[in-house]
Design a protein. Structure first.
Ligand SMILES: *[C@@H]1O[C@H](CO)[C@@H](O)[C@H](O)[C@H]1NC(C)=O
Length: 434
């Protein structure tokens, strides 16, 4: 009898120990609302017309990359081809890595997951404005082993894993980065309490191409397990939000990106986010249609639905400037917009729908309709932007399959991504007032 009592106590202790240790491992203080300042990417353009033009050119390239990536995810890459990865963006944030820490500006990408920066020793590194991170000088650096589940998360981008986990990312524009997957301490934003240990990131020793100009690395904010939001997890309540200043804003103000508790939006519209197992990094939104001046545009039902093979659907992305719509939706929308405007469009070499700017031009009202009934009402400046100085052009284009909700359409909206509830919330907001 005493023996069985003892066994009971032992069993109780044995049961308690793992519970206690796992909870103490996970015990950390959640961050209170942490602000990170985003700056818009520029490539040294001399004026705002040039700056807008190159953002639109990058947008087109990004859309092509995303399209190629999606098609490859569905069909599988050819043996002879390095798979293409999405990995760029229009905004930069400051991060610090290592102990002692080294700061750098990283491109923020809601369309990919991996966080990476250039690392010493460089087999090949492009010029970056801040010193290149040297892991041999950091006391908090450790490599990720091949058996780590985060190494598996690299999927096709993992290269010849023997003991330590290595990767090779080829981007659509021919840029490439490869190196070791490692754990490090990262600080984001400023102030105390923003440091987190053991973030898996790509320490890249071989970087080629012009695709990363400005950023000394990248912060992935996609949905996959390697992304910053997934790795921060409950520390930030599995949420981030941002509010993007208009692309035409020429002040030096920054756009806020928030992490953590308290970033909930009161009075916002909330829609479900859809997961696509073929493209787990992307944030899919359930669009049912588009209305122009209150009338539904003649788009076949189901045009924006995600297909069972993983094709189609619509994603929301901060790194694509324009919105790209499946051509089945783009053509009728463009026609409807054109017939709603009482002025003849100007031929523009880009093929965009453009008008000569004039004060008395009345623009229609446009709304995206979501499953569940929520509408996203776009003010005119969120779909017509200045081009070449005196033209006003529709900030939308057509795509072959997948549609992308771009950043012009998101400006002056506070947008919250909730990766635990699988929801997206949005609310019109003057971003410079946050
Ligand atoms: C971010 O921008 C806000 C508002 O302009 C400013 O108050 C804050 O100091 C900035 N933070 C950093 C880290 O630069």
């Amino acid at each position: 009898m005493e023996c069985s009592k003892l066994l009971g106590v032992l069993a109780f202790i044995c049961f308690l120990i793992p519970v206690m240790s796992s909870s103490s491992e996970r015990q950390f203080t959640a961050w209170s609302k942490l602000r990170v300042n985003l700056t818009r990417r520029s490539e040294g353009e001399s004026n705002s017309a040039e700056r807008l033009r190159s953002a639109v050119d990058r947008s087109k390239r990004r859309m092509n990359t995303i399209e190629a990536f999606v098609e490859q995810q569905i069909a599988g890459p050819l043996d002879t081809e390095t798979p293409i990865r999405v990995g760029s963006g229009e905004f930069l944030m400051s991060v610090a890595v290592g102990t002692p820490s080294v700061s750098f500006e990283a491109i923020v990408d809601t369309g990919s997951d991996l966080i990476w920066t250039q690392c010493m020793p460089c087999q090949s590194c492009y010029t970056q404005p801040t010193p290149i991170f040297d892991p041999s000088q950091s006391s908090s650096y450790s490599t990720v082993s091949c058996t780590d589940s985060l190494c598996d998360a690299l999927g096709a981008f993992q290269t010849g894993c023997t003991s330590d986990c290595t990767f090779d990312y080829m981007y659509g524009d021919g840029s490439e980065t490869s190196g070791d997957l490692a754990y490090e301490s990262f600080s984001i934003g400023s102030g105390s309490g923003s440091m987190v240990q053991g973030i898996a990131f790509g320490c890249s020793h071989d970087n080629q191409g012009r695709g990363f100009s400005q950023g000394s690395g990248l912060v992935g904010l996609g949905r996959g397990s390697l992304s910053l939001i997934s790795q921060l997890g409950s520390k930030v309540d599995n949420k981030f939000s941002y509010c993007l200043l208009p692309i035409t804003d020429s002040s030096s103000q920054t756009s806020p990106l928030f992490f953590g508790e308290g970033s909930s939006l009161s009075g916002a519209n909330t829609i479900p986010l859809i997961k696509n197992s073929v493209n787990p990094s992307f944030w899919y939104i359930p669009v049912t249609g588009i209305t122009l001046n209150g009338n539904p545009v003649n788009i076949p039902a189901g045009t924006f639905d995600l297909q069972s093979d993983g094709s189609g659907g619509m994603i929301i992305d901060s790194g694509t400037t324009y919105t790209y719509l499946n051509e089945v939706a783009y053509s009728p929308l463009r026609e409807a917009i054109q017939s709603s405007i009482d002025v003849t469009p100007v031929e523009d070499s880009s093929g965009d729908l453009c008008y000569q700017k004039s004060d008395n031009m009345a623009l229609p009202s446009l709304a995206f309709n979501f499953h569940g009934g929520a509408n996203y009402n776009l003010p005119p400046e969120n779909f017509f932007i200045p081009q070449y100085g005196d033209l006003l052009c529709l900030a939308m284009g057509s795509s072959r399959g997948l549609s992308i909700f771009g950043n012009v359409q998101q400006q002056n909206f506070h947008i919250l991504y909730d990766n635990a509830q699988n929801t997206l919330s949005f609310k019109p907001t003057k971003c410079d007032s946050l």
